[in-house]
Each structure stands twice: as C-alpha cells, then as structure tokens.
Design a protein around this ligand. Structure first.
Ligand SMILES: Nc1ncnc2c1ncn2[C@@H]1O[C@H](COP(=O)(O)OP(=O)(O)OP(=O)(O)O)[C@@H](O)[C@H]1O
Ligand SMILES: [Mg+2]
Length: 327
C-alpha cells in the first residue's frame, strides 16, 4: 500500500507528533513494505491539492482538521475536517470515521456518548465562566474540553470550591478559547490502553502510567510539565490490567473506533476504573510515546524497540487497509 502521511502546523498538538515523528512513521511504513510519502499542508487549499494529486492508496493523518495553530488543538469551528473531505471523495484512510473523530476530540461529547452506552466515566459538566456551577461536587478536576498532552493541566486543575473552579475555568477560556470540562477528581492509579485492529483480530493492551512520586506536586495528576520529558513510565499493570482492557474495549465499541486508539483510564475515589478520554490519533514517537511503549511491553521482539515500532506501524496501516480490501 502506498501511504500518504498527512500533517501540518497542528501535527504535534493534534496528532502523533512533530515532523521528526512523522519521518519516523514514514521510515517504518516504508521498511515494512508500505512506501510512505509525507504531505505537510498549511492551508485547506494545499490539502485539497495534495489529495487531488493522488499517487497513494491510503491516507494516514496526524490532523483532525486543517489549522495554522501549532500550540493547541482548539475547537476546529469552521475548519476543514480531514475525514469529512476523505469520506466525501471516497478516499481510504487509517483511523476512525469523521463523526467518531469529532466525538473523540470533544471530551464532553465522548463522556456523553460513553455514559449513554453504559461505559463508566466520571461525573462531568461542560462549564463556562457564566454558568451556574452549583451542581459540581468537590474535589473536582477542571480541564480544557478538547486538548491533549496534558495541555491546560496543572496543580490548580484540582479545585475544592466554586471560587477555585471559576478561576480555573476563566483561565482555560482565556488561554485555550474553549469551555472547561469539570469532572469528579479521581485520585487513584492511571492506565492507558492501546486498542489495535478491528473485529476478530483486534488486540487490547493495558499499561500502568506512573511517575516517580517526587515529581508530583499537590496531586497525583499528570501535569503538562510532566509530559514529553521522559518522566512518565509505562509498565505492565501488576493488577487490574485486564479490567482496564475490558473497559477500553467497551469504550472503543461505544465510540465505534477503528484501527487504533489509546484510551486513558483512572481509578476514582471509590476504587472504580473510569474512562478519562479516547485518543483518536495516539502519539507515535519511537521509544517515548505511550502506544509504542505498550506495544513493546506486549510484543517486544529480540531485535529491539525499533522493530517493534515498525510492527506497530504495519499493524495500524494494515488494519485500515484491510477495511477497504487493500493489501
Ligand atoms: N477527572 C480526573 N481526575 C484526576 N486526574 C485527572 C482527571 N482527568 C484528567 N486527569 C489527569 O490529567 C491528565 C490529562 O488528562 P486527559 O488524559 O484527559 O488529557 P490529555 O491532555 O488529552 O491527555 P493525552 O496526552 O493522553 O491526550 C491525565 O493523564 C490525568 O493524570
Ligand atoms: Mg490523556
């Protein structure tokens, strides 16, 4: 399969990583027999031109939607959604369909969808500064409704009264131009689960996410400054890994995810596992991103992590391709 890897200024904030990560994906795909070409598109016109030019069998996009915003995902309002365009032109692509992509990027919508299908999520509210917040229970956790990489998360994300809540919501509105998602604060262990493939051949692998306790501040949460700097460790869960995997599969089914997603799960105050979010375009940095690390935990080869990485890339591309009858 000839693969078109689509990225742009938003590739790091929205997708699997920056251009060096994209190059790693391209090299891995090519090495396993799926020659890959990178298209870095800055505008909707460029995107449409690249798609129109053809020369590929399947698209794998780091972008949910086309934007010049490098810093954060944003809301994509009025922006051109990649999967919408590919669907309208009948072009095969890796990953979930457009509706699912939109639902995953919006963590409130994700929670609503999961809750309506009986999947455990924390109590959740979409909050703007002008809203009545009397319904919120404390301690609560406040985060942007649609970001990634722990963007917008710090020790002040945990709030214990309405004043602290309003302050954090106002900060999120100001910094990230979006509403806040307010959830029950979940103080327990954190898992991240890779759901790879579709149907009978789907595999589900859980990792326990940990950080040396000395790096945590007031709360056991993954603040933005703990991410992407080699401080998070992924290990085989000593307990409850299978339970996390079952929950992740329920979530992936409820959201109708395809090919590969990474589902973040936390343990609430009563000890129950609940889904925090479903990542539609998981990070793909070799050695460092969680999905490649999880894959190595379960399918580590004697040749080492880069071979595992290539096998993961192959599994993702072939999961997508096989849905379209591509080999
Ligand atoms: N309700 C909660 N209670 C406690 N901690 C939470 C809660 N929600 C999120 N967190 C903490 O904040 C971190 C980031 O939250 P979340 O996974 O929703 O966002 P993200 O930035 O999209 O993550 P990713 O980088 O995986 O895409 C989590 O890894 C977790 O440590
Ligand atoms: Mg997360």
């Amino acid at each position: 399969m000839r693969v078109l890897l689509l990225t742009g200024p938003g590739g790091d904030a929205q997708g699997w990583g920056d251009m060096s990560v994209t190059q790693s994906v391209a090299d891995a795909a090519t090495a396993v027999g799926h020659p890959a070409r990178i298209a870095f598109v800055e505008t909707e016109q460029e995107f449409l031109r690249v798609i129109g030019d053809g020369g590929f069998d399947i698209v794998w996009s780091a972008l949910y939607y086309i934007t010049p915003n490098e810093k954060f995902i944003g809301r994509g309002e009025g922006g051109m959604w990649v999967a919408d365009v590919l669907d309208s032109k009948g072009i095969p692509y890796v990953g979930s369909n457009s509706q699912t992509m939109k639902d995953m990027i919006d963590k409130f919508k994700t929670h609503e969808t999961l809750a309506s299908r009986g999947v455990a999520v924390p109590a959740h509210h979409l909050v703007r500064t002008t809203d009545d917040v009397s319904i919120v229970r404390y301690p609560a956790f406040v985060k942007p409704m649609g970001e990634s990489r722990s963007v917008g998360i710090n020790d002040d994300s945990v709030v214990s009264n309405a004043d602290e809540l309003r302050r954090q919501v106002a900060w999120i509105e100001r910094e990230f131009q979006q509403a806040a998602l307010v959830e029950d604060f979940m103080p327990g262990d954190e898992f991240t689960t890779l759901v790879l493939g579709n149907g009978a051949t789907r595999q589900c692998m859980s990792g326990l996410v940990s950080v040396e306790p000395k790096h945590y501040g007031k709360h056991k949460v993954l603040r933005a400054d703990l991410r992407g700097v080699g401080l998070t460790k992924i290990s085989r869960p000593p307990a409850r890994g299978d339970e996390a995997a079952v929950l992740a599969v329920q979530a992936a089914d409820a959201m109708r995810c395809l090919d590969h997603v990474r589902i973040d799960i936390k343990t609430d105050a009563a000890g129950a596992l609940r889904v925090m979010e479903v990542n539609g375009i998981p990070g793909m940095k070799p050695h460092k991103s969680w999905a490649p690390q999880i894959y190595t935990l379960y399918f580590g080869s004697p040749e080492g992590e880069m071979t595992d990485y290539r096998n993961l890339v192959r599994a993702i591309i072939e999961a997508g391709g096989s849905r379209y009858g591509l080999s």
